[in-house]
Design a protein around this ligand. Sequence first.
Ligand code: NDP
Length: 263
Amino acid sequence: MKLFSIFGNPVSHSRSPLMHNSVFKNLNYPACYTRTHLEDGTKLKETFFALNLSGANVTVPHKEAAFNACDEVRGFAKTIGVVNTLINENGKLIGYNTDADGFMYAIEEFKTINKILILGAGGTAKALAARFKQESIKVSVINRSKGRLPFFDDLGCQTYIWDTFELSHYDLVVNTTSAGLKDEELPAPKELLLSILKNTNFVADAIYGKITPFLQLANDNNITYKDGADMLLGQGVLANELFVQSTLRKDDIKREMAQSFLL
Ligand code: NDP
């Protein structure tokens, strides 16, 4: 029996155990998926091997620490320095990122997106910004502090902190901050958000399982919005494919994971 886990802080809200266990159980794959609350990201690697895991997911705030913990990083994760999926390959820790493609899946329904504003500059923002750039989408980033913005400057994004923001029109505004995850905070001052919301077609939040204060504000202003559930599904399917090393069909994984959202 293989064992998988999600690492995070907080981690109790995570639906990943239910999603992956539904796949394992219903498709008869001999594995179990648990959750691990981790305070210190530098302890990720030793905890992973102490638990004898075959693989793991990593959530807020440890995705950059996960990148640093890896013996080898593959694919898109290398470009962004952010890892959300770990695989134990013969005692070596291999890192991947499935968040960005998961989010691309989630916004397919919005059709043509040419200009995006990202709220936040953490691991998720990095993954999305780099992926949007690959699609030649114009990307702006606004964060409450300056420290993490140089990565986005180097990518060719417009970057702002709250005080320097210059209003423009966006097809999509996406909240990648953790404001609203375990509190009822907005990701930026309300007046600033209201002016942004008046100038966007769609809104998305990476947070799932609740209407965040940001999504509530979008709703109050009659803007079409979606939460992070489809992103969660998209990244989860891709992570599960890595866990089972392509021994299960992607359509079956997706069906079982989507079903688990109804439980
Ligand atoms: P990080 O810790 O890497 O980054 C968090 C970002 O949020 C930073 O830019 C930080 O700003 C900002 N921030 C935190 N608190 C506040 C606040 N109160 N007001 C304004 N800004 C704030 O987190 P991740 O990128 O890993 O995750 C971000 C969110 O995305 C989480 O809520 C996570 O659950 C969600 N997520 C959902 C996924 C899904 O599948 N649906 C997948 C991945 C993530 P600063 O730089 O100033 O500290």
